[in-house]
Every structure is written in structure tokens, then in C-alpha cells.
Design a protein. Sequence first.
Lengths: 647, 733
Amino acid sequence: MGNVRPVLIVALVALGCFNLCYGGEEFSEELLLRPLPDRKVLAHFHFESTTPPTKDYGHHHHLFPKAIYQLVHKFRICELELSFTQGRWNYERWGGSDPISSSNAKPPGVELWAIFDVPLDHVDATWKNLTHTLSGLFCASINFLESTTAYSTPAWAFQKSSGSLRYGALPREAVCTENLTPWLKLLPCRDKSGLASILDRPAIYRGFYHSQRLRITSNEFGSEGIEPGIDLEQTLTIVVQPDDQRTSMSYSSGKIQQPDWSISSIFGRKISGTCVLARSSSVFLELESTLVSELNKVGVDNAASDGDITFPGFELSVAPVRVIKERRSSSVLFEFSVDKYHDDNPLDIGVKWKHPVVWSCVQAPFQANRFLLGSGNERGSIVISLRSTVSQRIFVGDEFGDGCEVQVVIFQVVPWYVKIYFHTIQVFLDGQLELTSAVIEKIQVSPSEDRVSPGVMEVALRLPCSTMSAVITVNFDKGFLHIDEYPPDANQGYDIPSAVVRFPDIQASSHYLGDNSSLDSPILSKFQENNPVLSYTEVLLVPLATPDFSMPYNVITITCTVFALYFGSLLNALRRRVGEEERLLKQKAAGKTALLPLILSKLSSKLRVRSHESHKSASPSPLLSNKLIMKAILLAGLAVAWHFYFG
Amino acid sequence: MCVRTAQSKNSPMATTDAGVPSSQPPNPKPRPIVRIAMFLISHSALFSSICCAAGILALFLLPLLAKNTYVSENALMPGSANPMFSNHDTMEANRLVKEIMDLKLSSGIAGIEISNLLGKYMTERDADVYHHNFHVQKNQFHLGNFFSDSSYSWHVKENRSCTQYGINTVAIIRAPRGDGKEAIVLVSPYNSTNIRLSDALSLGLSYSIFSLLSRVNWLAKDIIWLAADSRFGEYVSVAAWLKDYHNPSFLDLDKSDDGTCPVSHALLSRKGQPTTAGSRLNVFRRAGTMAAALVFKVVDGKEETKDTLSIYAEASNGQMPNLDLINIVNYLAVHRQGLHVKVAKLYSVLNAAWLRTVGQIFEFIGKTAKSVNPQWGFGISAADYVDGTATLASSIYYQALGIPTGSHGAFRDYQIDAITLEMSPRSSLYNEVRRSDFLLGGGRLLEGVIRSVNNLLEKFHQSFFLYLLSAPSKFVSVGIYMIVFMLLIIPLPMVAASLYSGPNERESSARTNNENPDPAVAIVTTSGSKSCKWLHAARVVFVVHLWSGMVSLIPYLINQLPERTPTACMLVWVLLSFVGLIILYCIAGSPYSYKISHQPPDREWAVLKAVMISVASIGLGLMSIINYATAQIGAIFMVPMCLLAHPLKHAGTAGKLRVLSLTTSNMVLAVIGFPPGALLLVKGWLEGFDGVSFGDFWIWAETLWTWNSATYLYLVLIQLPCWVLCMHILLHP
């Protein structure tokens, strides 16, 4: 953060009061396109709005969305990040250590975290109110994060925080256009003009990955902030596969040709001008360092001139305004300015590949996967496996040399009905069981409490760089839910939200060649921030024991019958006292009792004899009773038959 | 309960005999439920024979009572979408088939090459591909291996040899936009050492389905395609993969033989791959919880009329997959692809004349009933009846055996619904024109089933696991087939109670006739001696059950012997069991050693029989929970044996004909009730008595315990002691 702010200030000073600058409020729109190794294309929209602090500027804004401003002030938010994601980011193929993948690859569903500037005992209440507000604002069920079982307080593994950070995730939330529309409403031009106008809904939701993100950074309340104000960053990251006729034909040739694509072939629309309120509006096309080196290999024959960066492997339909090179890894950015284009002359950047190119993305030092072991409804274990990305060994080795170590921080929230036994943590390095104390540098757990709080596990591991695979296993028992806690039907199971794996030693940042004034673009300054590499693991599905709710009638009837029979006979056996009855009978027979009881007993015995006699006369002989029973059975049989064939 | 009824029954008799009815008020009548119980017990012989007969009759009625299947879970929506599988896909399947067959021709052993080829094809489809090397382990009899899941113990595997390695090739399609929590598994087994055209066709068809699924946009669950190397058996390869999926060992044991086996070398040194691909191909990948699995095979069956689909569903210990899975396959196969669907039948039953007669009787009854009232439509034709009975019999038989009928059984051990689909074409597989039609039908069927399962938001409907199939589209649910078992098992406690209280009654009445005026004394003495007698009988039963427990463990010792033949093993088993029984009698006393002077011996065996019967009924009841079909078949043998057991010496009180029939039936049941005897008889009946040998039972028992079948436990722990006790009663002095 610290490195960026001077840059921004310089940029602000340089700009002075631009003609489109509304007294300090700024809005910028940018789009970054990047071809991916598996014939897909990444499109990353980046919209940023900033506003000066209230004490200088007042409460009224021209550009900055009022909803966000009010939100920040009401809940005293320092930082907030909300993401809606559909699909999974493929860390192996789409990269894992560049700024886009480590800050824009998000777990499926909704993820929300926020840091508040309120007293610690007010944080929970503020969080609850915030979830409800966001829920209304974005048409999503974020309000489910209100319950204490759904969110947690990471101490150090997620971010360095002072206890006022809250983190929650809803893996099951379905993300669709009803969440995108309110998100677009926060933009000053909405999707009527500018870059957002190419956001064709079917094109976005047909893709392989789609993540919309909203990040608020505010320094309204902090005293030490250098640049107070509110910064709203909205990004939309999508991965789409361009339709291409040639790809299906070229399977047999072995090497797969990259598809040709253009903005219009991906989105079905062309960029027709800027949003007039935007300070800057530009499109970038990024070629990764590995791709650049592959292209250079291809281009050796064609002898490309040194100074001019045009790759022989492919051609662009529009000439870039300028070309920016990365300082370390030599990846290349082509910049296109939208200013020149308008309705009659829309911008449609297209890429045409001349040769088949195969490359792989820059990955994080370890690829994290998480899965469940065991089967059945009783117990199991959660496994987080970290697998070294072999080809990227140089990447780590360069910085640390021999005997180096990589720090890995894992943050995992587990719902209460998955009862984790933290003492069963085992760590295997390269197939050998290691002493937990030797590998784990720091661990902090907060066990779950039934129906109150989830279990939180924060682990910092220190692994030698030569480690090929590291496996962490934890055993758990599956809990039982109350009858009202089950969903109404045969449910699929319960989700464990993604775990977060961070590599604090490794920075996901790109530093571009060129002076600061030329790199005034917000998206580039974002990329230059020093953030640790971050990746998310899979969401897990835990099947819990589910009672058969579809047969309540049978269950209720059988249990009631069994209980009635059981308690009836039990009560009878307990209540009857055979000895006492016999004694009473004898007493009555002897007749040696006091006057009043005598009369009473006589009366009662008379009554009893009478009733008994009447009963006796009515009671049939054994033969008769047999007949009666046979009749009853016959009748019952008839009734059953009747029911079966006519019922 | 029995004690109380006996007392309450005794006391009025005693009081009337004492001759003071007027001075003592008569006891209140017992409650009606008690009276019904007393009535049943006193007429137990009648009721038990009625119940048994009704049970057997109900068993034969089951094909009539079978209901038509229906898709219970609405979310499945089978056949609601048009199939996307087209002729283009069959061409792709044919391309792979051709390449595999060429590979076979060019290189004699096509083991590793096929999996490499499959890996190449899968990679082209943007799938996550890996090779799973597994080591074949022969299942041995292990103490306490039954019902135990070895998921939390890391077995140290010894003496792995390179020759016992198999390679599964696995590919995973990640559903675009899916969350990756669930997966559908498609298994296509192939014999890598000797690949046939049918195997190649099943691989080709699976591949074309897979490549279609990698293009579709409706996928919500990941798709795993497992090309299982079945050179050591289909089940082994699938089970090995499932074990590594669910309970892997993280301890690296392969390190020692890394590089020594040619298999791993061959896989690593693949040409034309990017540098990282080699290592990537050995990483075991996963895709969430499995929702369902389909094992798909093509066989060269040469059917007469139509392309045929056979469904196999029975997993270990009579567990069945959810009926909805069979329903959607049946629905799509019959109504969409026009295939002929088959489930397994017992063909020996199909030609039985007596069964046809039974069918004709039922048909006649049904017709008569229909003529009386047209709404009574329970009659089915005799042919249908015989067919249904044959299917039902095989359904019960395979469930009772407890051995899975295919590699789908491995999935059921992890609570995953799975079935095997076996397709056989009308014409020869080499007929290229017909083949593409066949592939088109098969492909559309598989696509439809996968799409249906993919539609499932929740789980399969819960209460659809306990059933017997009487046709691909007819089933008998648990509510109906339980009646048969209940009818068979109800006589057991009834007869036990009557045997227990019967001698008592006669005894006390005999005593009162002996002018013993004090009823209280009589009750006390009888109850005292009764409990002693009961204890003695219980001890005998306990000793025999203890012995049966020993017998069940003896095979573990025999397995340690070197150079064993089945006959020798069987001999050793029988001998050891016999010696064990004698030793136990020496320690605990034989059942005939204990004599009560004032009790006639017939009381003694009656009490022994009562205890035996009650233990047997408990055993059967427990077994019905573990494996219903085993308990069902066991009850048919055991219930008559238990009920009719009578000492041969004491039979001579009634008429001659009755004695003769009782003795014969006892002898016959003594042979049938003995598990090896029954097996040898059935085997002799089916295959002729020439091929039957003494060791057959050993071989059979060995298969049972290698498959962890609870039927073995049932036979040795419930049926065998019951038989031994019956023998005791028959030979009672």
C-alpha cells in the first residue's frame, strides 16, 4: 500500500484539475485481456472511483456512488471486499502467482470480509448490520453470514488485523445477472457507455469463470492515513472460450492452434467510446513472460528487429498506443486508448495467431488442493495437499538460493457440524510423516462450538524449497443436526468453504518499466502493489446422515405404535401388584375388617360379584371364543382384500 | 411373560381342584392380549404350520405382487432433453477403436501403449489426465476383516512385484461454472494384455461420450472417466482406484521400487509431451464426492432380435443401488433407444415344469377373479409368471450370496450408487455399418443417463434401496417382501413359548392329580426346577455357539498351511471342528451328561429345543437386517428344521404313518439344513453328481470370505449351530 500512495499523489498533482475532474472525485475504467494457454481468454474489467475525505469535500458527490459512501460511514468500514464468483479458477492453467490470479481468483459463491473502525465489542453487531445491508444492495443472501456459525475472526492467517476483521463465505450462493445489475449501477455510466457497455450478459455467463468483486478502502476514520478518502475498486474477471472453427479441426495435427479472437467475437459488441465521466479509459492486452519467450523462439527465424516489439507469432488488428514491458519477468502489455474511438469507429481489438504456440502459466510455488477422505456418515478427514509446481522451481530458487524455505499460511473455516480434532493434525512431506512441531511454525485454532461458532484453523508451515509434496491431514467426526436444521428433502450435503493458502514470502506484483508519470493507470498501480500470493482451495461437500423425511407417516405410525405398546405394558407391569391384590381378596374373604371398610368392601364386592356375574354370563365359552376369533380373522381378511383391490 | 401366563393359567386350575370355589372370589380374567397370546401358544402347532405354509405361498405370490417401477425423483427428468450425441461422435469412437486395434496388430503386447494412447486422446479434450498405477493384492481371510473398514489404518504393503502392476487411465472434465463438489464416474474396463474388439469398442464409445461432455455447456458435476485396466479382474482395478481416491496412503512406499519397474519408466519417458506433462500424469487428482457411477461394457453377444442392454446391480452383501438409477437407464433404453433390457435370470428355474403349473394355477385364479369382478386385475400370464419368478429368484440369489455381480460393487462399498451396463449388439461387432448404429444408440443412452444424474440437485430418493427386481421394469419393495420373512419367522417364538410352557403345564397338572393339595408348593418347585433346566439348555446352546465361532475362525489357520488342496482343506476343517466340539464337551460337559432325576427326558429336549429356536429366531432377525435375502433363504431351510426337530427315539407315541413321516422329514431336513450338504445337493442337481467333490464347499466358502460376504458368517454362526443342536435333539436318548 505504502508504495502506491506516493505514486497516486504524484499522479494527482500531475493531473491538477483536469477538465473531467469533479473537484477531486475520479473515475477510471480499464480492461485487460490476456490469452490463456488452454485456448481461452481472460478479460479483466477494472473500474475505480475515488473521493476525497468528507472533512475537505463534504457529503455531496458527483461520481462516487452514494450507497457506498453511506455504507462506509454508517458501518465505519476501513476495508471491505465482496466477491461473487461462479466457476473455479484453474490455478494450474490460468496461473497462480500473478496479481490477477492472486487477488481476483475467488472461491465459488460469495466471499465477504471487512475491517471496521469500531470498538472491538461492537464489531459483531456492525458485521451483522453490514451483511443485511449488502444483502439488500446486491440482491444476494449475504444475510446468511449474519449468524455466528457462518463467519469467523481470523487472527493472522488471512490478513494482518487487529481483531476487527470478520470473514465469511457462502459457497452455495448462486451468482447470476441479478447480482451484476446492482454492481453495474455503482458505475457512473452504468453499462450505457464506456467499457462496461460491452458486458453482454449471455457472453459473460457462458464463460468458464466469472467473478465480480467490489473492494472498498477508506481512510476516513484513520488518523495516520496519508491519502484520506474512499477508494472503490470494482473488478469483473471472466474467462471465456472464443468460438473458433479451426480448433475443432486441428486436433489430429498434435499441436493445437490458438483460436483467433477479437472483442466482438467474445462479447458480441465493440467498444464504442469512453464513458465521458472517466478520467482514463484504456484497454490492455497482456502477454505473459512464458508466452513472450515462446513467441521469441518462433520469431528467431523471422529475425524481428530488437527495438520494435512485434511478435511474428501473431498479429493485432489494431496498433497499440504503446508497449509496456515488465521489469522482472519480461511480460508485455500493449496499451490501447479508447479516447479516439466512437460509435462510427468502434474499437475491436483482435488477435490472429500465425503459428501454434504452447506455453504454460506462471504458477505459485505450490499448488494447493483439498479433498475429503473416508466414506460413510460417521467420520472422515480433510486433507490439504500442496504439490510443488516443478517447472517453477527456478522461480523460488533464484530468490533464496540453496537451503531456502517457503512459508505457507493456511486459513480454514469449518462449520460446527464437522467436528475437527485438531490434535490429529499430521504432516507428510514427500511421503514421510514429519513431526508436527518441526514443520509447523505457528498454529492457532479455535474449536467449534455447537450451533454457536465454526472451527477456525490457522497454520503457518515452513517448508524446504526442495519439497515436492506436502500433505496435511485432520480427522473429523460428523455431527448430528436437529430436525429443523435439515433442509426439507434428501439434501446433497453440506459445504465446507474454501481454505485460503497464502505464501507470504512471495509477492504477486509486476513492476513495469517506465517512469511513474507514464504509468498513471490505476490497474497498473494495482499490479505493482506488493501483495503475497494467495490461492483458494476447492469447496468440499460433506454428506451428513439424513433421516428419511419422505416417509414421516410411516415413521410416526411405527414409532407411536411401538411406544404405545411398550409404555402400556411397562406401566401395567409396574402398576399391578399381584401380591397386594391377592391379599385384598383374602381379606375380603375373611371379612374381619372394621365396620366402615366392611360395608364398603361388601358394597364393592357385591358390585363386583354382580358385574362379574353379568360379565360371566356374557363371556363366551372357549369354543365360542374360538368361533369369534375365527370370525374376526375372516372379517379382517375380507377387509384387507377389499382394501387391496378397491382401495 | 411366559412365566406369568403359566402361573395365571395354573392358579385357577389349582383353586378349582382345591374345592373351595365359593369362599374365594375368582381371579379376574387375564387381559385380552394375554389371552390371544395364550390361545396362539396353546395351538402353536396349527398356527405355525399355517404361518409356514402362508410364508411359502407368499414367496410364490411375489411375482404377482410386483409393482411397475417409476422414477421417484422428479429432478432426474430422464429423456427430457434431445440427445446431442451424433454420427460425428460415432466416427470419433470408430477412430479410436481403429487406432487401438492397429496398436494391437503392430505391437503384440498393447498394455502400456493403450493407456498412453488413451492419455493422449484425453489430454486433447482439455481433461485432467493421470495414470493410476495399482498393485494387485489377493484378498486373504483375515480375522475380523468382516464389516471393518480399514480406512484409518495405513497398511504396510509387502513384497510388491512389478508383474502385479496395473495401470488405470483416468481423466476428469471439470464442469465449466460448476463448483466441483460432485462428480459422475464412467468406468470402461478393458483387458490391456489381450484387448478384444468389444473392449476397444467400449473404450471408443466412452471416449466419444467423454469428448461430447467436454464440449457441452449443461454440465454441473465433474465427469471422471476411468479406463480400468482389467487384466487382473475388473473389480480389482476399480476397487484399487476407489481405495486410493478415498483412503490413500500418504506414506511413500513406492519409493523403493521407483525406477525398477518398467511400468513407471514407460509412462515417464513419453515422447512429444511438454516437460511437465510426465510428472503431471502421475499426480492423483480428485473431483469431489461421487454422485453415481456407470460401468459400461460392450460384449459380443449376438442377440437374436434387438440390441440388448443387460443391467447388473447387486453389490456386496445384498446392497443395491438406488432404484431410480436403474429406472432411468431402463426408461431411456426402452423408450428412447429401443433396446431390449435384461436383468439376470436363473435359467434353470425357467424351464421347470412345476413352476409353469404354479403359474397356470395363478393365471386361472386371476381369470376367475376377473370374471367375477372385472376390476380385480391381479392375474398375469403363466409365461410372465415363470419369467418373473426366474428373475426374482436370481435377484434373491445374488443378493443372498453377497458377492457383487460386477465392478460396480466396489462403488457401493463407498456408498456410491453404481450399476453395470453391458451392451451386446444384434449383429457381429465386425459389421461396420451396423456398428455405428449400435454406437449411436449406446452413446445416446449413456449421454441421457449422465444428463439425468447431472440434473440431480439433491440426492437420489432415500427409500429406494431395498427391493427385488422381478423384471427390468418391475420391482418388489421391502414392504411386500418383508411379509414372507415375517410369516416364516413368526412360528419360531410361538413354538418356543409353547414348548417352554407346555411340559410345565402337564407337569403341574400331573402333580395335582397326585393329590398334592398345596398349589403354592407346586408352583415353587416347578419354577425352581424350570429355571435350572432352562439354564442347562442355555449352557448347551451357548457351548455350541461358542464352537461355531471357533469353526468360523479355523480357515484362518488352514490358510497358513502350505500346499493345500480344497479337499484336504475341507477335511482338515471338518476334522478340526469335530475335535473342537469334543474338546468343548469335555470341558463344559456334554448335553446328555446333565440329568434331573425327577424329570422325564422328553421335557429336557423340549426345553433345549425351545432355547435353540429362540436363539435361531434372534439370529435370523439379525441377519435380515444385514442381508435380507440371506435371511430369507436361510429361513426357508431353518424354520422347518427347527420346528420339526424331534428325538427319533421318542417318536413312537402317535400313529405309525405320522411317525414315519416325521422321521423322514427330519432326516431330509438334517441333510438339507447342513450347509455343505445343501450346497453339494444343489450343485449335483444343477451340474450332475459326477463333478461334485468334497472340496467344493471349501472353494465356495473361500470365495465368500474373500468377498467379505456376511453369508459366510450366517452359515457358520447361525445355521451350523442350529443344525448341530437339531442333531442333538434327533439323537436325544
